[in-house]
Structures are given as C-alpha cells and as structure tokens.
Design a protein around this ligand. Sequence first.
Ligand code: XIL
Length: 391
Amino acid sequence: MPQNRLITRRRALQFGLGAAASAGLSAKAYGSYLSSQVQTRNSLEDSIANSSSSLKQKAAAKGLIYGSSGRYKDLMEDQKFAACFVQECGMLVPEWELKWSAGEQPLRPSPAVFDFTRGDRLARFAQTNQLLLRGHSLVWHLSLPDWFAQTVDSQNAEDFLTSHIRTVVGHYAGQMHSWDVVNEAIELADGQPGGLRNTPWLKLLGSNYINLAFRAAAAADPDALLVYNDYGLEYGHASDDAKRSAVLKLLEGLKTQGTPVHALGIQSHLSGDAGDFDANKLRHFLADVADLGLKVLITELDVTDQRLPSDIATRDRIVAEAYENYLLVVLDQPAVMAVITWGLSDRYTWLSEFTPRSDGASVRSLPLNANFDRKPAWYAVARAFEEASRH
Ligand code: XIL
C-alpha cells in the first residue's frame, strides 16, 4: 500500500477515535469497532482502492461508520439478506423493534409490560456479527401504543416517560453506540412556542419533556451517545430554513440548561425530484451544530423515486446523484461521524408503502436492488466515502 495512503488512513482513524471520545461515546467500543474494520481491510489487498470492498470498509477508512436500519423479520428469515447486511454494514438500527409500539410484537404491549424478545435477538445478531447497535427511538409521537391515551395523564406522565427510558436504555446499557432519545419534536405548523410539535408529551409535560428524556437516558447508560433526531433539514426550501432554525434553537436551549444531548441526527429522507441542495445552507447549518459541540449522524438516508421516470437506468442514475451530491456536502463537515441508510436493499424498504410509484413498478431507493446486487446508488455512496476529505 502506498505510504501516503497509509498515513491518511491513520489520521482518519485518529480523528474517528477523538471524535467518539469527545462526544462521550465509549471510546473502547468505537475503537475496537474501527480496529476490527482495519484488520479486515489489512487482510485484503489495499481494499480502499478496491471497488469490491464494502461500504463499511470505505466508511471506516475515513473514520466514519456506515450502517443501515433492519427489521427483525427480514434479517431473521432471509439469510441472503442477513449475509449482505453483515458484509456491507458496520451498524444495525432496529427499524421497528425498539419503538414503543410497532410491528407484530411491540415492545410495550400493555402499560406494565416490556417485551424485549425481538430487540434482544437483533442485539445478539449485531454482537455475533460485530455490528455496532443503535437504538431508535425512545420518544416519538407516532409510535405510542393504543393504551397510551387511556392510561397516561398529567399526573403519571413523567413517571411513564422516565421509567420507559430507564427500563429500555438500562436493558441495553453497554451495548448501544447511540440512542435516538427524542425523534421529530419540531413541527412549526402546530404553532407552539419554539416550533415544538404538539405531541401528547408536550401536552402532558410541557416543553421540559425533552430535557427529562435526555437526563433519564444519560442516567441509564452514561456511555451511549444521545441524539436528537429530525427530518426536513436537508433542502434549501423556506420550510427547511425555518425548521433548521427551530432545531438549532432547541439544541442551543438544551445545551444552555446542561441537558446531556451529544448529537443531532439528520434523517435525510431525500427525494429524487427535489432538485439541487443548497450546499451553502447545509454547510452553515452543519457548522452551527458542530459549534454547539455536537456530533452529527445521518440517520435515515434514502431517496424516493416516486415521481421519477419509469426507465430503470434513468431512475437509478438520478437516485445515485442525489446520494452523491448530498453526501459530498455533508461529509465535508468533520462533526459528521456516521451515515446510516434506512434500509439496505430495495426488497425491504418502508418507501414501498410510504411513497409507492403510480406505475406500480417497485421502488429503487437504496444501495442494493431487490436481488441484493449493487446499484448506481451503492457506487455513489462508495465514491462519496472515498472522496470525503476528513481532516
Ligand atoms: C418507519 C419504518 O421504516 C416503518 O417500517 C414503520 O412502519 C414506521 O416507521 N422517520 C422515522 C422512522 O424516524 O422511525 C420511520 O420508520 C421513518 C420516518
């Protein structure tokens, strides 16, 4: 391997470890993760330059994590998918299983019950296959169970919130790289102070619910990186401008009151027909977040092809361009430490239901196609990792 490449790689790793430590992430877990990636790399012939190396290896070469969300059923019942997942990903985010209520076997089937069966099996899968594990999400208005409205009131709400977090975060303490503690708390259209979404938690506890949630998570697992996660922050539209300011104000306020928030998660559900990014706005926003001492994770990256032409080659090219254009801007910011796609293969993506195509064709939004072959989107993400200049 050429000497200069080796130096660049070492510097990238140093950066990665420093970033993890300063963010409060367990340096031990992150360090052994990166060195396992390096050993794998060193056993291959200069795999950075080798286009067949995986996305996780290309990311790790720049001190970054690449991972994906995955659902229990898909990973447990489709061995070929599971093998591809392990080959490409350095991190697993259970897509349903750690929400209060989602999927066939919810975590919170009733007020007094926690069912960790599926979460635990996914955690074991991650551990066996040397994947980092990331928790999603502790507070999200869209995953509240049916029993919530009849059971939780202003008297017991704080206890429900903090005991949920204590129990779930405590259960996985030491195993989690990071947690999405609060998801999607901003909705300007709701007209609440600070642009807060008018969720049941806001109605029951006021705006302090966010601070309470982060404090409970930090107490239950002091090593996990604690993340505020949101969408609608990526493009140059006026609505994204307003949301970026509201999120920034929220984060500033949390930092000022000493709330243990360590990172911003930018979901990054992109749209193939949304036009160009406003690279300057995005760069400024990322710099403002980094100036608060926060890390940034790209947490749910995918590209909807709902309104793109039906021709597959054209669609794949446009989707790939969206990935590459976005990541080239985002990866320029040193505070960005991870890129997670919301799914790995077109066979298993929430977009098949959320943004289906009117021509009935299958969606082509992720790095691998439905047969798990690499698509232009895979090469676009790979190139963005290769080209990222990390200082
Ligand atoms: C989605 C999952 O992908 C779906 O399978 C599930 O039915 C609903 O949730 N933003 C989020 C994620 O933070 O939790 C959502 O995931 C997608 C939008």
